[in-house]
Design a protein around this ligand. Structure first.
Ligand SMILES: Cc1cc2nc3c(=O)[nH]c(=O)nc-3n(C[C@H](O)[C@H](O)[C@H](O)COP(=O)(O)OP(=O)(O)OC[C@H]3O[C@@H](n4cnc5c(N)ncnc54)[C@H](O)[C@@H]3O)c2cc1C
Ligand code: FES
Length: 512
């Protein structure tokens, strides 16, 4: 049996259905987004006596928190040696402290709320297969030690293939993220608090009270927390300081013994590996093949390349689940968390969104309840760029104007003769009577045509064949083939077109 594009987490842990928005509700804090950031903030705030409403456009845990691989680690993508250089040694110490505290926070919920999510402490290894990377890793071990972490450089990595050594991080953790999130979610409704699912927020107006508009009606709140992975209203500068990447994961059913640990290599893009017990048995999870959203034409090839890597390194096992999701890279390496007045946001977690999402929830809960927080200044969403970050800011945003120009030029070249020459399962941008359309033909032969112009800031979307979605290369918004928003910052769907399909042969059932 091979299953396509389903994450191990959603396949192995059911989630209860919550109601849609009750129009006219007022709460102390409206939290938009039912991922790890939103649900953690909701539980923390409710425990401090606040009435909260988590408003989720689909189901809780259906965003990136359901597409994660859930390594809970202090090893950050930005590297402690880099943070110490570009921010300061004190910043590296605070980032380490925040990461460690978030794992402790998760563990404390697991113990205190009696959550059965297979939480387990184990070591993490940042390793290399290249001799040329050894010096860099020794430097990272030194910087992480100075930042206060229990790490050391070791020669032998417990993997079934040859490596050149790496940094061992003690007492990291892993869990089943959906089992954890469902347990958190169940604590929220009641005593004036709510979870509203299938409720897409379309606008937020700051005020007294703040007004949240959704497709299911309005809600008011004293504070609003955008826990949407990337902000959807206000916080425009954060959309420009974040870059969205897609990352891919494969879940193989395995038997017998396996190494005890979580593993990340030094390739670019890097591979990440761990094992997970579930009700369906043990799975090897291998992730990687990252690319900027909308910039990889052969998205199916990403899964294939990752599969070849997994087989070469770990042997042949039955592939049961494969999935992908969005990683939000901050321009200077650290997340952006905070806000002013009544509105808060938390984003830019890179590959550490399980831990930094928890940190975001802890900081925003403290800001709303007026408690001091040791990391709030470091992660302040309005901070100035760290040294060297300007270069990355320009590099990431170069896609914004370039994508518009490239797409406009392309559209002039498209002949309307090609119109509607779209095979089943294929998506194409084509021009009909001078009007560009994003066309997709489904497996039954029906053509779906929508505007390719992203409703965020008007870049053109690109086809993602592996997931059958339209992805925007500028700030990472993604859309279903009917135009509905999958990932922000876009809030509005792509405009739908009525098309007359002029090629009836394509409607005939396929012979395969
Ligand atoms: C393949 C992959 C592997 C990863 N591996 C790791 C890992 O090993 N360790 C780690 O720490 N991190 C990892 N990450 C990153 C981590 O999973 C994410 O950063 C984290 O889950 C983000 O959590 P979140 O709550 O901010 O966002 P999400 O979980 O995406 O939650 C945001 C929610 O907001 C909702 N929403 C958005 N817009 C609206 C709207 N307009 N109205 C209502 N609701 C809305 C979405 O539907 C979504 O459910 C990985 C990510 C991927 C994709
Ligand atoms: S996500 Fe910003 S223009 Fe599309």
């Amino acid at each position: 049996m091979e299953q396509k594009n389903v994450s191990l987490w959603s396949a192995t842990a059911p989630s209860p259905l919550f109601e849609s928005l009750r129009s006219g509700t007022h709460v102390d804090v409206a939290i938009i987004g039912g991922g790890i950031t939103g649900l953690t903030a909701a539980v923390l705030l409710k425990e401090r006596g606040k009435r909260v409403a988590v408003i989720e456009k689909e189901r809780i845990g259906s965003g990136e928190s359901g597409n994660t691989t859930a390594h809970l680690t202090e090893a950050i993508d930005a590297r402690y040696s880099t943070i110490a250089r570009t921010f300061s040694k004190e910043a590296a110490r605070l980032a380490a402290d925040a990461s460690r505290s978030s794992i402790n926070q998760i563990e404390s919920f697991v113990q205190r709320l009696n959550i059965n999510c297979r939480f387990k402490r184990l070591p993490g290894y940042l390793y290399t297969e290249k001799r040329s990377d050894i010096a860099k890793l020794k430097k990272e071990a030194q910087a992480a030690t100075e930042a206060g972490l229990a790490v050391k450089f070791i020669e032998e990595i417990p993997l079934p293939f040859a490596t050149r050594g790496g940094v061992r991080f003690e007492s990291q953790a892993q869990f089943h993220p959906r089992e954890y999130l469902v347990a958190l979610a169940k604590r929220i409704p009641g005593d004036g608090s709510f979870i509203f699912e299938n409720t897409h927020v379309t606008s937020i107006k700051e005020g007294e009270p703040c007004e949240v508009e959704s497709q299911k009606g309005p809600l008011t709140a004293d504070f609003v927390f955008e826990a949407t992975n990337i902000p959807i209203a206000g916080f425009i500068s954060l959309n420009l300081k974040d870059a969205a990447y897609r990352s891919y994961a494969l879940g193989y059913r395995v038997e017998g013994e396996h190494p005890e640990g979580m593993f990340w290599d030094t390739e670019d893009p890097y591979h990440y590996t761990r094992w997970q017990e579930t009700d369906q048995g043990t799975f090897l999870i291998v992730g990687g093949a990252d690319h900027k959203v909308g910039k990889e034409e052969d998205t199916e090839g990403c899964f294939e390349r990752l599969g070849e890597y997994a087989t070469e390194k770990f042997g042949s096992h039955p592939l049961r689940y494969r999935w992908s999701g969005q990683i939000i890279e901050p321009v200077d390496g650290l997340p952006y968390i905070g806000g002013s007045g009544k509105m808060f946001a938390s984003t830019g977690y890179a590959g550490q969104g399980m831990t930094f999402g928890t940190v975001g929830a802890m900081i925003v809960a403290d800001l709303i309840t007026r408690r001091t927080n040791p990391w709030a200044d470091l992660f302040n969403a309005n901070r100035l760029h760290a040294r060297g970050a300007l270069k990355d800011f320009i590099k990431e945003n170069v896609d914004f104007p370039k994508a518009i120009i490239a797409d406009r030029v392309l559209s002039r070249d498209v002949k309307s003769k090609e119109t509607l020459d779209v095979s089943r399962g294929e998506g194409k941008i084509i021009a009909v009577d001078g009007k560009k359309m994003a066309c997709y033909r489904d497996d039954s032969g029906r053509l779906h045509a929508i505007s390719p112009v992203c409703t965020h800031m008007k870049c053109d979307v690109h086809w993602n064949g592996a997931e059958r979605t339209w992805d925007c290369p500028c700030h990472g918004s993604r859309f279903k083939t009917d135009g509905a928003v999958i990932n922000g910052p876009a809030k509005q769907p792509l405009e739908k077109f009525e098309v007359i399909d002029v090629d009836p042969t394509l409607r005939e059932p396929s012979s395969s």
